[in-house]
Design a protein around this ligand. Sequence first.
Ligand code: MG
Length: 117
Amino acid sequence: MGRAGMTAAEGQAVVEAKTEKELQNHCINWLRLHCHCYLQIPFGKKTGIRAGYPDITVFLPGGKVLLVEAKSPAGGELSEEQESFHAEYWAATGETVRVVRSLDEFRKLLTKESPND
Ligand SMILES: [Mg+2]
């Protein structure tokens, strides 16, 4: 274990994620490693997916759902469609779509949401 309870591979991923696609891949690898149930919208996938829907949906104990939008660590912004979906989701559920820019942020979000993980 290295940085803050992460494996060496996770710590290395934090250092190496430079693009949104890389960050998404690292987040999905983390979910697999920790046996989470999830749905990923593949990077760049547009067909058949509602515009603005977040990149990663994580299904949590008790029927809770966590929606995560990965953004480039170098400052990628939310699109108009993403902002619109986030607002609609909040209005419908009282929950927010979480935006992450690093595996470390993603990991902290999931370990907070899943205290038994
Ligand atoms: Mg994204």
